[in-house]
Design a protein around this ligand. Structure first.
Ligand SMILES: Nc1ncnc2c1ncn2[C@@H]1O[C@H](COP(=O)(O)OP(=O)(O)OP(=O)(O)O)[C@@H](O)[C@H]1O
Ligand SMILES: [Mg+2]
Length: 255
C-alpha cells in the first residue's frame, strides 16, 4: 500500500458545549512535509478543533486519521506517542521546574517509570537519562535557550515560554506539531526567530498545522491555509487565494 500524501485527515468533526456549537462538521487536511495554516475570527472554533484533533476533548462525531490510522478513540498521550504533538494557546510550562526539567518531562519511553525496571535496569536508566539530557540540551542550544537551562521556567517571558513549549514538543521526535498561536503576545524579534525555527524544523521533515492571527506569519510560512468561521469550514487555498477571498474578508470584518 502506498503512503498517503496526507499526514493528517479529519472529517465530520462536531463538538457542542451546551447550546454552543463550537465545531460543526469540520474538515481539515495536513499534507506530509508541509506547513498548513488554520485561521478564523475569535471564537471561530480553531482551538476547539485542535482539542478534537489531538483528543484533549472527545469529539461528538467525526473521524481523525493520522499517518494512515484512525486516532479519534486514542487517549491524547497515545496520539502524542505516535508522533503527533501540540502546543497550547497559553503555553503550559511548569513554572516551578527548570527549563531543562520541563524538557525532560517530555522524553518518551522512560524505563525508570516502572519500579521493577528501576530495580533491575539501573545502568540502562542512567544511560537513557544521559541521552535525554544531551538531546534536551542540544534542542535548547538550537533555539538559544541553553543558557537558561537551569532557570525556573516561570522566570521566562511569555514568548520564551512559547519557544520552550515548541522545544519540548521536539523531544518526542514528532512527525506533526500543532501550534496554537505561536506568535501571540511575542515581541517582533522573537516572532522572527520562532518563524526561522519552524522553517528549519520543517526542512528537517516535521509537518506543521499552525493557528495564528498574525497574517504575516501565516502568509510567510504556510503552503496552504484553512479558514474556519462559526465552527465550520469557510474556505481553503493558497495564502494568496485566501487573502483575496471576499467571504474570508467578510468573516473577519463581520459585515
Ligand atoms: N470548554 C468550553 N466550554 C464551553 N464553551 C467553550 C469551551 N471551549 C470553547 N468554547 C466556546 O466555543 C467557541 C469556540 O471557541 P475556541 O476557543 O475554539 O475559538 P478560537 O477560534 O480558538 O478563538 P480565539 O481566536 O479567540 O482563540 C467559543 O464560543 C467558545 O466560547
Ligand atoms: Mg483559540
Amino acid at each position: 500500500m502506498s503512503e498517503s500524501p496526507l499526514l493528517l485527515q479529519a472529517s465530520g468533526l462536531c463538538k457542542s458545549f451546551g447550546g454552543i456549537r463550537a465545531v460543526q462538521n469540520a474538515v481539515i487536511e495536513v499534507p506530509r512535509g508541509q506547513i498548513t495554516g488554520l485561521i478564523g475570527p475569535n471564537g471561530a472554533g480553531k482551538t476547539t478543533l485542535f482539542n478534537l484533533l489531538s483528543n484533549f476533548i472527545a469529539p461528538d462525531q467525526g473521524k481523525v486519521i493520522f499517518d494512515g490510522q484512525e486516532v479519534q478513540h486514542l487517549p491524547s498521550h497515545a496520539i502524542a506517542a505516535k508522533g503527533f504533538v501540540r502546543t497550547f494557546q497559553v503555553a503550559r510550562v511548569l513554572s516551578r521546574l527548570s527549563v531543562l526539567e520541563n524538557m525532560l518531562l517530555a522524553a518518551q519511553g522512560q524505563t525508570g517509570e516502572n519500579f521493577l525496571q528501576v530495580w533491575w535496569q539501573q545502568g540502562k536508566i542512567r544511560r537513557q537519562e544521559k541521552a535525554n539530557r544531551e538531546k534536551a540540551m542540544a534542542i535548547l542550544e538550537s533555539v538559544g535557550l541553553a543558557e537558561k537551562a537551569q532557570d525556573y521556567a516561570g522566570a521566562m517571558s511569555g514568548g520564551q515560554r512559547k519557544l520552550l513549549e515548541m522545544a519540548r514538543a521536539l523531544m518526542s521526535d514528532p512527525q506533526l506539531i500543532l501550534l496554537d498561536e505561536p506568535a501571540a503576545g511575542v515581541n517582533p524579534t522573537l516572532i522572527n526567530q520562532i518563524c526561522e525555527h519552524i522553517v528549519r524544523w520543517n526542512q528537517q521533515g516535521i509537518s506543521f498545522l499552525i493557528i495564528e492571527h498574525n497574517m504575516d506569519v501565516i502568509m510567510s510560512l504556510c503552503n496552504h491555509v484553512w479558514v474556519l468561521a462559526e465552527g465550520t469550514n469557510l474556505a481553503d487555498g493558497t495564502p494568496a487565494e485566501i487573502q483575496s477571498n471576499e467571504q474570508v474578508l467578510e468573516a473577519y470584518l463581520g459585515v
